[in-house]
Design a protein around this ligand. Structure first.
Ligand SMILES: [Zn+2]
Ligand SMILES: [Zn+2]
Length: 657
């Protein structure tokens, strides 16, 4: 060992995927060739972990014994310091460490000894895309503005994809890279096919169905500029490239852009940040933009473009709201009639089932009116022995004896006891071929490709599914969409429940009638007078948006505030509850002095109060300023140490269950 502490490249600053928010210095063994941008293996607290080298220096710190780096993972840099800055942004905004953010952003595969290929940017085939007048206008406007954020608010089937593709071709032909985000892997296969025809080998995919080594290999191609366009799901937003020109976020309202483990980033926000800091154009697109995005567009932060006509021969479907006789009715005569008619004509139907299975809610059997928390304006849930409970603020009340809207005494508890809807549908239509798609079956590799093919070949008559089936699939044979019971979605204990169900129903109606024949959407509900159905029938998203905005403003929900959710979970319910109370009390005490504008709700049991043997309580915070919110939570949690419970932080939460 040398006693002189000046040397050439002898120490490296390394980020590690751990909650400790700083880098660590390790010694570089003499024979090791290390550059910033490489991943290495280090010993951290007795465990072998991946380290991300951020810088190297030629001076060993004095008086500290450094551990050696154990081995190299990469033989060349696979990222540069732009990603460290991006990780710092994610770490600041979503309260993780920089190392955790890097762990999420970077691929995990092992390097094969692939040498950079000579760049061989192929001729782009753009002759297949022709734009209609309206599409052309939007494309020209985005092109002439050069950069900035744009929202294409276009009804389903209006041809947003053609505009994205034209903009992508422009960027690539100028030597700029393009990231094209889609919410689901299943969707990426349909888009991939279209993009491949234009971009060929210039295109890579990037999502979780690839093996880690495939991901790494595609990451490197994009990093080196050997491929200029990437299509992928949310983690593709971190892809590095020589010079970013364009990010497309298709179906920008989709909740799958939000990551569900630390750091809980939203790819839409990260895309926005990259657009601003890297001078790239951002195009968001949706038929049902999120309330937050539309609000930002109205205030001029995002340029709004509208596409109001269906592309090609597609027509908008007819939407019918059908009142269910009672909560046991599953398929109304209207739905049955149109399903039979469609299938006789050689067409197909899709049925949407809403997720059930947590605490039931209480509904009026006559008018469908549900019980809401007077302070939070969200549906309250029924708990045996405890009555009605608000899962945000903890407010409780007795089960009402009669409906406060129509006075009826027929009060139903709904939402528990999952019925086997698949069996019911099979019984109702014994001769039809029925297929069920849910999260679990969709996760299986190839399941969705099989489904797409089966739908295309008309081997399925009725497709049953949850939210999944509304996500941008392009089924040309579908003329009927049925929603089994819209009330379940409407009464979720989530301030976005109405937005989510409205957008879901609009999207689903967009799935029908795409092949030129008229589509019909049958929405079954106990509460046919609910405000949203009027807007839905007219397909009036603006009207709905204005109405919803009023409620958000009244209760100070986003976009008028920023939210954070802290989930406290553990195996022992009493310990979880006591910890949650302790933390909330502590926050309320210090918050009232330092940040009086932050509102702290709870603790209350999370709507999904037990998952995988863990009891869950949550605290919800509201603030007008994000920076206050994150600073406050960081200090509060720094002084709160508990080994018995685990704490999850979610900034701008999308899932409130
Ligand atoms: Zn409440
Ligand atoms: Zn009523």
């Amino acid at each position: 060992m040398t006693h002189n502490n000046i040397c050439t490249a002898c120490a490296a600053d390394i980020y590690i995927n751990t909650p400790v928010n700083r880098s660590f210095t390790y010694k570089i063994p003499g024979q090791m060739n290390i550059l910033p941008g490489m991943r290495v293996v280090v010993n951290f607290g007795g465990r072998k972990m991946t380290g991300f080298v951020s810088s190297i220096h030629n001076k060993l710190p004095e008086g500290i014994e450094l551990k050696d780096i154990e081995s190299l993972i990469d033989d060349e840099p696979i990222y540069d310091d732009r990603i460290i800055r991006l990780a710092e942004y994610v770490s600041d905004s979503y309260l993780s460490s920089v190392g955790e953010a890097l762990g999420k952003a970077l691929p995990s595969g092992e390097s094969s000894r692939s040498r950079p290929r000579a760049s061989r940017v192929r001729q782009i085939q753009d002759s297949t895309i022709s734009l209609t007048g309206k599409q052309k206008d939007i494309y020209e406007k985005i092109k002439s503005s050069g950069k900035g954020a744009h929202l294409i608010f276009g009804i389903t089937g209006s041809g947003k994809t053609e505009v994205y593709m034209k903009a992508a071709i422009d960027a690539v032909s100028k030597g700029l890279s393009v990231i094209y985000l889609v919410p689901e892997i299943t969707l990426s296969s349909q888009i991939h096919e279209r993009l491949y025809k234009v971009f060929g080998e210039n295109l890579i995919v990037y999502h979780s169905h690839l093996t880690p080594n495939q991901r790494l290999s595609n990451w490197k191609k994009f990093y080196r500029g050997e491929a200029m366009i990437a299509v992928g799901t949310r983690s593709a937003v971190f892809l590095q490239c020589p010079k970013l020109g364009l990010i497309i976020v298709d179906e920008e309202h989709d909740s799958s852009y939000k990551e569900q483990s630390t750091p809980r980033y939203n790819a839409r926000r990260v895309a926005f940040y990259r657009g601003e800091t890297e001078n790239a154009t951002l195009i968001l697109g949706s038929a049902t933009p999120s309330i937050e995005t539309l609000y930002a567009a109205e205030r001029g932060k995002i340029e709004l473009h509208r596409l109001d006509e269906r592309y090609g021969e597609g027509k908008l479907p007819i939407i019918e709201i059908v009142k269910l006789k009672n909560s046991n009715e599953e398929i109304t005569p209207r739905l049955k009639l149109f399903t039979n008619k469609a299938i006789k004509d050689g067409k197909q139907a899709v049925y949407l089932l809403n997720r059930r299975g947590f605490a039931p809610f209480v509904l009026c059997g006559e008018c469908g009116n549900a019980v809401e928390c007077p302070d939070c304006s969200i549906g309250m849930n029924y708990h045996r022995g405890k009555g009605m409970l608000c899962h945000y603020c903890g407010y409780s009340s007795d089960v009402p004896l009669k409906c406060d809207k129509c006075g009826s005494e027929s009060i139903l508890k709904l939402g528990s006891g999952t019925q086997k809807i698949e069996e019911l549908v099979s019984k109702e239509f014994p001769d039809y071929r029925i297929f069920r798609l849910d999260q679990d079956s969709a996760r299986k590799k190839d399941a969705v490709y099989d489904l797409l093919e089966m739908m295309d070949k008309r081997e399925i008559d009725i497709l049953l599914g949850t939210q999944m089936i509304s996500k941008g699939f392009d089924f040309h044979g579908v003329t009927v969409a049925g929603i089994i019971m819209a009330d379940i979605g409407l009464n979720m204990p989530d301030f976005r429940a109405t937005e989510k169900i409205f957008s879901l129903l609009m999207q689903l109606s967009g799935r029908s009638g795409r092949g030129g024949s008229e589509g019909r959407v049958i929405i079954q509900t106990l509460n046919d007078e609910h405000l949203i159905f009027g807007y839905l029938k007219k397909q009036d998203y603006w009207g709905f948006y204005r109405e919803e905005l009023k409620i958000r403003k009244l209760i100070n929900y986003p976009p008028f505030s920023r939210l954070a959710r802290i989930v406290i979970r553990g195996k022992e319910e009493e310990i979880v509850l006591q910890s949650a109370i302790l933390l909330a009390d502590d926050m309320k005490k210090t918050g009232s002095v330092k940040y009086p504008q932050i509102i702290i709700l709870g603790p209350s049991p999370a709507p999904l109060s037990k998952i995988g043997g863990n009891y869950r309580y949550h605290i919800i915070l509201k603030s007008n300023r994000l920076s206050d919110l994150t600073a406050f939570i960081r200090t509060a949690l720094d002084s709160f140490k508990s080994k018995a419970v685990y704490i999850e932080i979610d900034i701008d939460p999308v899932d409130m269950l």
